[in-house]
Design a binder for this molecule. Structure first.
Ligand code: COA
Length: 556
């Protein structure tokens, strides 16, 4: 073991460059070519690779320091058999040149430079590159199991081109350049070895124009990317679009990701979508820490019951940059809105919903209800259609108990409830709340009218206790006081059905010889099709219609 200096390599003409990210700390073990830090000029960023395998003993620079070729940035203790002074980055040693020093590392990183044409210098136009298979860690004839790009795709340097799989490992072969895929030269199942032609790329050269992340051409050495392992020394061009926001960054179309290859590689390994990560580095560059923080937050979100954005492997909804269309403001969701959003999505994603529609003839019910107006005023209680609907639902739940269940899918059990508690959705200025009326089957219409009015008021005054919002077997959501002809409510899981009520309207109803004007109440029953079959749903709504059509039957 011996200690060696880690020096800034040839910077391709740049004088002083700024250190924008430290990728290791003292005590870290590194492999040869692992990136140690990222330096940035006004045109490009480069990761300085480790000159060999070993342990970093000291970093003598910090983020923001300016360095030039030959400056010492740290010390490391080399390990293993490898010649510590060799910085060629060639793990198989076949191209080692003992006289090479650490500062030559980025130039000497290539393992496949013999097997590919060196890219031409940038000139502001475009050039064709044939991407060859890089060294495959000694393997040959490795089958392609997936082609990750299509002809016409615009890709970035380090994007995975194909995935190959040996009996020992699966590896992605990253692109050494950014550009447009002109022609794919391999098919799934093809067996690849180092030097085989993979695809043709049209590489857009940046010259000094604004061609953002399109091309991340390799270092002047003409290096070829290695699968999955070592970081490129490829200069990264800066994106024009700079991310903003917090850890979660809603992506905007065309937004470019600003990160070095090692960070891209980490994100790829962790399956993190870099367009959703906010960069905390200079010019919003995405750092390793940002990727780790993002992945942690995603894990936490899924442990808390599924991600609102991307749960169950479902791709999230990509937001455009709305400010391009006009002024916008952002405000944090209230807790209630966030909880409702999570619950709605959880139910919608987990429950196979079907909605059954029915019209109940409430002409006679309304005559009776209105006749109770004076009595209601005496009692101080307003009799709306809701207590009748509650009572009809309680009767239907008792007659068709398959609606009064919850499913325990883990234990493959049906939980049958011996009680009838019904939730009522209440629209409040703070969002939707669902207080629960207990034992609806055992209560009279006045009691239900008083209790539902009281609970609705409590909900609006934010006075509901948690216990008053728990234990429902079924929910009624009535938009009848507002309007609408039908809707498809979302089941309030773990209940298995919900009744939507729309606005009653006079309709011509055929009585066998004539059309009669009748007051029809639209009902929309959404149900969990795992628990309830369609015939039972039709029975349930028909029964509701019958019960409300002749409220004397509610007494039976
Ligand atoms: N058809 C026609 N009129 C109806 C009706 C219907 N289905 N339901 C109620 N009405 C009438 C009532 O009779 C009352 O009229 P009136 O003042 O002339 O007597 C008026 O509409 C208002 O009734 P409302 O105060 O809303 O009482 P309610 O008992 O019908 O409803 C709540 C109580 C709490 C359910 C209701 O106020 C509410 O918040 N509804 C919205 C629920 C919601 O947002 N659901 C969406 C979930 S996604």
């Amino acid at each position: 073991m011996s200690e060696q200096e880690i020096k800034v390599p040839d910077l391709g003409g740049a004088d002083e460059v700024e250190i924008i990210e430290l990728l290791v700390s003292a005590g870290d073990s590194v492999e040869e070519e692992d990136p140690i830090l990222t330096i940035e000029t006004d045109k490009a960023s480069v990761e300085l690779p480790s000159p060999g395998a070993g342990k970093i003993t000291k970093l003598t620079v910090k983020v923001g320091d300016k360095v030039k070729e030959g400056d010492v940035v740290g010390m490391m203790e080399a390990s293993g058999e490898a010649d510590e002074s060799d910085s060629s980055g060639d793990s198989d040693g076949s191209e080692n040149e003992p006289e090479e020093k650490a500062e030559d590392a980025p130039k000497a990183e290539s393992k496949a430079e013999d097997s590919k044409p060196a890219p031409k210098k940038k000139s502001g136009g475009s050039r064709k590159e044939t991407v060859l298979v890089p060294p495959l860690d000694g393997m040959e004839n490795v089958p392609v199991i997936e082609i990750n790009v299509s002809e016409g795709d615009t890709i970035e340097a380090d994007d995975a081109l194909v995935t190959v799989e040996s009996d020992k490992a699966t590896m992605e072969i990253p692109s050494p350049y950014g550009g447009k895929v002109a022609k794919i030269l391999v098919s799934e199942g093809d067996k690849l070895s180092e030097g085989d032609k993979l695809l043709e790329l049209t590489v857009v050269e940046d010259g000094d124009d604004e061609d953002e992340d399109q091309g991340e051409p390799p270092a002047d050495s003409g290096e070829q990317a290695k699968p999955e392992s070592k970081a490129d020394a490829a200069p990264q061009k800066e994106p024009a679009t700079q991310p903003q926001g917090s850890t979660y960054e809603p992506p905007s179309p065309g937004a470019k990701v600003h990160a070095g290859p090692a960070v891209r590689k980490l994100a790829r390994e962790l399956g993190a979508d870099m367009t959703r990560i906010k960069g905390s580095g200079p010019k919003s560059r995405i750092l390793k820490d940002d990727v780790q923080t993002y992945v942690k937050s995603q894990l936490q979100q899924s442990q808390q019951g599924g991600s609102v954005g991307t749960g169950a492997g479902i791709p999230g909804v990509k937001l455009p940059d709305f400010s391009q269309f006009g002024n916008v403001e952002r405000e944090a969701m209230s807790r209630m809105m966030a909880v409702t959003a999570t619950n709605m999505q959880r139910s919608w994603l987990n429950v196979p919903h079907v909605t059954q529609f029915e019209d109940a003839d409430i002409t006679d019910m309304e005559v009776f209800r209105k006749s109770q107006k004076a009595a209601g005023e005496k009692k101080g209680v307003k009799m709306t259609p809701l207590p009748f609907i509650l009572k009809a639902c309680a009767t239907a739940l008792a007659e068709l108990p398959q609606f009064n269940v919850s499913l325990d899918m883990e234990r493959k059990e049906v939980v049958r409830k011996q009680y009838i508690h019904i939730g009522i959705a209440v629209d409040t200025p703070n969002g939707l709340m669902v207080p629960v009326i207990r034992d609806v089957d055992q209560k009279g219409l006045w009691e239900l009218a008083a209790e539902s009015a009281e609970l609705a008021q409590k909900a609006r005054d934010k006075q509901l206790k948690p216990a008053e919002m728990q234990g429902a077997c079924f929910t009624i959501t009535s938009l009848g006081g507002i309007g609408g002809t039908a809707f498809t409510p979302i089941v309030n899981t773990p209940e298995v059905a919900i009744l939507g009520v729309s606005k009653a309207a006079m309709k011509p109803v055929w009585d066998g010889s004539d059309f009669q004007p009748r007051l029809m109440l639209p009902l929309s029953l959404s149900y969990d099709h795992r628990a309830v079959n369609g015939a039972d749903a039709a029975r349930f709504t028909s029964l509701l219609s019958q019960l409300m059509g002749d409220i004397r039957t509610l007494l039976l």
